[in-house]
Design a protein around this ligand. Structure first.
Ligand SMILES: Cc1cc2nc3c(=O)[nH]c(=O)nc-3n(C[C@H](O)[C@H](O)[C@H](O)COP(=O)(O)O)c2cc1C
Length: 206
């Protein structure tokens, strides 16, 4: 048993991290408004570059959520395999989950970054874009871990970046940068998910 496994029995945070697995099929069970607020609070609690909190969360339910699923399914026909398959799978996950959370970067850090950080204008765009992406990624992970800790299942859908312009229009966030859609609900079936690489393969000590 490694150190991580030893810890799982006594630390709920580590247990949530270990138990989080992507779920792509959801049951009909609805998610309460209170639970939605809980996971959004967790997302909003994430660290962010220069504390700019340059994220927006758009909640899709009912008709609007289903319209997005239909749009993604339709758009999948414009792409070759395997992108078309991944887009169709994403559409099915969005359709089957009771809610989906879209995460969009506001661009505020990109707008104000040069003045805040006093960096060269030529470096600024790439630097602040990466900072916003990393901040939103932390928020997505917080949301997914919080969801898992209260019995909800999620999957991080990045494939919609392929249709980013249309998705931003759909979300009424045309100025933002689209990050991800996270369907949230109760898992239809639970699986172990793919295995992780051994630490020895991904860690080196200098
Ligand atoms: C940036 C990012 C983008 C992802 N995009 C997709 C996606 O478009 N469709 C999908 O089914 N899963 C997507 N995933 C989920 C991964 O496939 C999943 O995390 C991986 O296979 C490991 O499985 P696990 O989440 O159960 O540990 C994405 C995950 C990340 C972090």
């Amino acid at each position: 048993m490694n150190e991580f496994e030893k810890f799982l029995a006594k630390n709920e945070t580590l247990l949530s991290i270990k138990n989080r697995r992507s779920t792509r099929e959801f049951s009909d069970q609805q998610v309460s408004d209170e639970d939605i607020q809980t996971i959004l609070c967790a997302a909003n609690q994430a660290p962010s570059a220069h504390n700019q909190q340059s994220w927006r969360f758009v909640i899709l339910k009912g008709l609007r959520k289903n319209e997005l699923a239909e749009f993604v399914s339709l758009k999948s026909k414009d792409f070759p395999r395997p992108s078309s398959i991944l887009l169709r799978m994403a559409a099915r996950s969005i359709a089957s989950a009771p809610i989906a959370v879209a995460v969009v970067n506001t661009g505020e850090l990109m707008d104000r970054g040069t003045e805040l950080f006093k960096v060269d204008k030529n470096q600024a765009h790439n630097f602040f874009r990466i900072m916003e992406i990393q901040s939103s990624a932390a928020a997505v992970q917080n949301l997914m871990l919080a969801a898992g800790s209260i019995g909800l299942a999620t999957v991080w859908l990045g494939i919609l970046v392929l249709v980013t312009k249309e998705v931003l229009q759909f979300l009424d966030e045309p100025e933002g940068e689209f990050m991800a859609i996270i369907p949230v609900g109760y898992a239809l079936k639970t699986g172990k998910g793919p295995s992780k690489k051994p630490l020895a393969q991904v860690v080196k000590y200098l």
